[in-house]
Design a binder for this molecule. Sequence first.
Ligand code: ADP
Ligand code: ZN
Length: 822
Amino acid sequence: MSALKIALVAVDGAAYHYDRPYSYKIPDDMALEALPGSRVTVPFGNGNKRSRGIILSTADGDDTPCKPLLSVVDKEPLISESMVSLAFWIKEQTFCTLYEALRLMLPAGLNLRITKIYTVCRDIPNETYAMLSEETRCMVDFLLRSRTPVTREKLTQAAGLEEKSPLPDILVQQGLLFCEDGVLDRSSEATARMVRLAINENEAQGLLEQQGELTQKQKSALKTLLDVGAATVREVMYFSGVSVSVVTALVKKGIIEQYEKRVFRDPYKNMIKGDKQRDVLSPEQQKSYEELFEQYKTKKASASLLLGVTGSGKTQVFMRLIEDVRADGRGVIVLVPEISLTPQAVSRFYSRFGNDVAVLHSGLSLGERLDEWQRIKNGGAGIVVGTRSAIFAPIANLGLIIIDEEQEYTYKSEASPRYHARDVARFRCAKSDAMLLLASATPSIDSFYAANSGKYHLTRLESRYGDAQLPEVLLVDMKQELLSGNTGPISERLAQELDENLKNGRQSILLINRRGYNTFVSCSQCGHVLNCPNCSIALTYHAANGRLMCHYCGYSSEQQTNCPECSGSFMRYSGTGTQKAEESVLELFPKARTLRMDMDTTSGRYSHEKILEKFGSGRYDILIGTQMVAKGLDFPGVTLVGVLSADQSLYMDDFRASERTFSLLTQVVGRSGRSVYPGRALIQTQTPENEVLRLAALQDYDDYYRSEIALRRELLYPPFCDICEIGFTGIEENAVRSAAADFFERLKAAVFASDKVPVRIMGPSAAGVVKIAGRYRYRIIVKCRNNRKFRAIISELLCGCGKSKIYRKIAVFADVNPLDIM
Ligand code: ADP
Ligand code: ZN
């Protein structure tokens, strides 16, 4: 008799407080396929519900009784054993379940199609139909009636059979039914309509839990999108089993939005790889490259930071290094922030490395993402370029990971698993003796600190490539403007500079960190501010559709003529958003050709790329936009950058606000004068005396770092400690508050009981925005040392929440070193 084998399985749907590897017997006929990294179905829980799972490991069994696996889905494992170990690490670091962690490593959508999906042959001859058994006829009728494919579960149910019944398989063999395993119709994908969430993931989660807001079908579609980020409309219909009207309804509600698909297809397809002349590195670039290559050659896990001013040509250094790593037969992952993953940027890689490049990004359809993922897994592509989740790409024999603009917030996941791509990169590099290269003009304080203390190797590019110079930057005092009678958003000096640029045929970029027209509407009689009914945040007036909109939950309402509080009829519209800024520019310069870029213009008819293409073509004079215009753009014609107000981001209630402001200003200023014409930049502010602004104007990262790191040390903030945020959300404010209070007490007790865990706990308080999409938000902030011992305490407390009544309707999470405290 062969030895009994068992599989340890991560099961989908296991709640955090009882999540662990579960043992299942491997039936003999599954022995060859039941390997670590394979997807399986298993009976789970009291009702033995058929659940999805992934095998973590296999072992020899003993007499302990356990249930058998129901099926193995994959012919060969999808996840390598080293990635399985990464999943354990992610669970331990971010307090998620094993299955949640493993899902990160599967291409989006793959986990959705674990069940076989059935359709029917539409033209069954009458004679044949007449001969069918009662049960078969039930299934056929059921399929004929339903317009979307049907799962095995539903199909067998319709015929009153058990799900295990072999009848569907027999009918498939006979050609009456078709069975698909996620085969998608790819015919129209190049032009497919895409949809994505228009609200953030937490809000979407909230909507799913709320009663009455959405229909069951709408929830199903929303859940699919929450899972995969973005997909074609057809894919959403297919995977959620809904019709197009359900998708349309969600779009109408402002919960999801349609956009045009980005086309990432290789623009140099017909070129032979390496056809394009390789750029010769400047001496400074050459020196950095050589230093980095030295690091790489040690073949030991290492981390380096490339600090290069804007326009210094960091990408050229990357490419040179990638060439060596590929020649060495090892794989490469390049992460770029969401915003700068444009077809232009990707084409630089394609033209240099041809088909060896694979792109992973949520702007692709699920089908395309799956194709790319498989190409990487099969070794058909050795260089992955992508956004955050590409850090999990199945690259074998990893040699190098590059994270460009490493300080960007999009590298940290704000939904469970709350990982930072940089940490995952460090883990992967350590496991494969690979090199991590972080790059930026304004590294995060944490990374630069690590470089200064010798943990990272540091190399710098101090000057722009070629003859280009860094722009000259001027701070403009907007208080002074007001005193001299200018109430508009554009100072006299900025108007002058814009005028000069228009006369000389040069281009300008204006940054305004608010979309919409006005930033808020209030009653001039009683001061009442119009707020979103679901969120504790002011509504923004949008001139384009004449509506008041909430940027958090997508709520919108008609413009109001009277105050709902005092019925006063003078509503005041204040603050400047992108729309109003554009209008003000046009008032001053009626002939200027302006383009606006913000979430409103990029989701609709004009996509992000089209706007950039238009601006790049030189047919427009002024680009006005939100953060989107600040980063990564490389337009030689731009010689003026204006920041309409630097104050908004500076005075946020968050210790990272200044770091973020400095980085944003440096980035946007860095768009100016990147080529032969010298550039200039104006930063408008109410507080020109502010130190951060002064240093940003000087573009002096080192000085800024020195002042910021001193502050962090004094006030005890990272990198001198870690911060753990524990968040509580729920519909009833009192319940949320008492859950937070209960946690606080338990945390204090646990810390007290375990000796020498140095922490400072800031008691429960309401979040900055206390209510979003109808859910109240409270938080506890802990300054701590993020080590195993501390995480064990938090993990145990979180498990306790799962078992306690107090938390029954409350969602609790812990986030270590969040970039945005809620
Ligand atoms: P960064 O990312 O550091 O801001 P980029 O990589 O975008 O800078 O480079 C700035 C500009 O200089 C780009 O237009 C790039 O093509 C050009 N450039 C940089 N290095 C070289 C080089 N060695 N040869 C030719 N062009 C270069
Ligand atoms: Zn809202």
